[in-house]
Design a protein around this ligand. Structure first.
Ligand code: SF4
Length: 417
């Protein structure tokens, strides 16, 4: 029997899929190369935007037809789902299961009783990469940003015990992993007794071995000076941060239920840049939030010019059911949202190029992730995408590189002998 998992959404979902794969393999399933080969097709859904859940509805339609051709095929839906979507999709799938009940899946799927950890995050994953691993430190979220469905779909924040996180990372490092991603919807609100996120970073940093520590995602309201000190002081924590601003206007932030001001956001960035001058900074932003005026959007554009982000994930607002923003009138037209996204993209293209030009002639360390036709592509320590000519056996190995060209969205390098 073979399984195939289709994963939508963020790294957290990818990490969940690795745990699902481990449980399925534990009860005798083998990984299929594609959906046609599968006897069990798992869809790990994402609800963060309407477009993401629309793709699941589209796939459900396709699967119904597929099932008529392939007798015996079972389908399973899990992931980040709102109750209303879950109920609508229930009739299209053989199973609709909550990831938090992962330890019960063997029994539900084929009647096997397996001793699995009750907390699904403690299930040992079937890691998809041999050198880069996602390690969830928490799941769920307590923030209730007014546009976001995650707290409704994933529930309240639950932090994993620090000793379990450290044990998982020690094993990974022992197996030669080079990049550890600490994951959570809001990593910097992590708390396990007296261990907060900055303490956790220090503990992980003290694990012997040659590896990088990255983390995502962070919330400006929980970004303390202590955390900035920890980032600057831990040599394994890389010079990269994604700090979602979501809007560059205080009134819009308030309406988004994001409890910080632009002044506060800018002060965090100033402190970070003072301590970590080569920090690569990315952000998430939503354009066209209900009643966002042209003037308010202009404040976001102004912030983009001022901060000079290296990268940004720019989303056009779409209402998500169950969220408080969905009760507001989606007043900004689709054409206007597109225009605003384009404006930010144009600014970003310039600032990213300006930042990337600073790398010309510099030496960076790159972790190549893939090889194709003689070229390696990977990320530098500063999370810059770097392309270089080189042999396949460098995939997954730290490679010193000199930067010889820079574009807005990436760098070109040459291997240093
Ligand atoms: S912090 Fe806000 S945007 Fe992020 S998952 Fe929580 S509610 Fe959603």
């Amino acid at each position: 029997m073979k399984y195939y998992i289709i994963t939508y959404g963020c790294q957290m979902n990818k990490s969940d899929s690795e745990r699902i794969a481990a449980v399925l393999e534990n009860i005798g399933y083998k990984k299929a190369q594609n959906e046609n080969e599968a006897d069990l097709l798992v869809v790990n859904a994402c609800s963060v935007r309407q477009s993401a859940i629309d793709r699941v509805y589209g796939l459900a339609e396709k699967l119904s037809n597929f099932k008529t051709k392939k007798r015996g095929l079972k389908t399973l839906l899990t992931g980040c789902l709102l109750r209303a979507d879950k109920n609508k999709l229930r009739q299209r799938f053989d199973y609709v299961l909550d990831i938090k009940t992962l330890s019960l899946w063997p029994k539900l799927l084929n009647g096997q009783s397996k001793r699995l950890p009750a907390n699904y995050l403690d299930v040992m994953p079937a890691y998809q990469s041999a050198f880069s691993a996602f390690v969830p430190i928490s799941t769920g979220c307590n923030n209730f940003c007014s546009y976001c469905a995650v707290p409704y779909a994933k529930g309240r924040e639950i932090c994993r015990p620090a000793d379990k996180i450290v044990a998982e990372i020690k094993n990974l490092v022992k197996s030669g992993y080079k990049e550890i991603w600490l994951l959570g919807q809001n990593v910097n609100s992590y708390k396990d007794g007296n261990t907060d996120f900055s303490c956790l970073l220090k503990i992980v940093n003290n694990i012997p071995g040659d590896f990088w520590i990255r983390f995502t995602s962070s919330h400006p309201k929980d970004f303390s000076d202590k955390l900035i000190e920890a980032m600057a002081g831990c040599e394994k924590v890389t010079e990269y941060l994604n700090l979602p601003v979501q809007a560059g206007d205080n009134k819009v932030l308030k309406s988004m239920n994001r409890p910080y001001t632009i002044k506060h956001y800018e002060s965090i960035i100033a402190k970070l840049r003072k301590k970590i001058p080569n920090l690569t900074l990315s952000t998430d932003v939503i354009v066209g939030f209900p009643s966002e005026t042209k003037k308010q959007f202009a404040n976001t554009a102004k912030l983009f010019r001022k901060i000079k982000f290296d990268m940004a994930y720019i989303a056009e607002y779409s209402p998500r059911p169950a969220t408080s923003a969905s009760r507001l009138k989606d007043s900004v037209s689709s054409a206007e949202k597109k225009q605003r996204r384009q404006t930010l993209t144009d600014i970003l293209r310039e600032t990213a190029l300006e930042k990337n030009r600073e790398y010309l002639g510099k030496k960076v360390l790159v972790l190549p992730e893939q090889w194709q036709k003689g070229f390696l592509t990977g990320k530098s320590r500063e999370y810059k995408t770097v392309k270089l000519k080189g042999p396949k056996n460098l995939v997954g190995n730290f490679t010193p590189v000199k930067i010889i060209a820079s574009l807005s969205w990436g760098l070109t390098g040459k291997i240093l002998k």
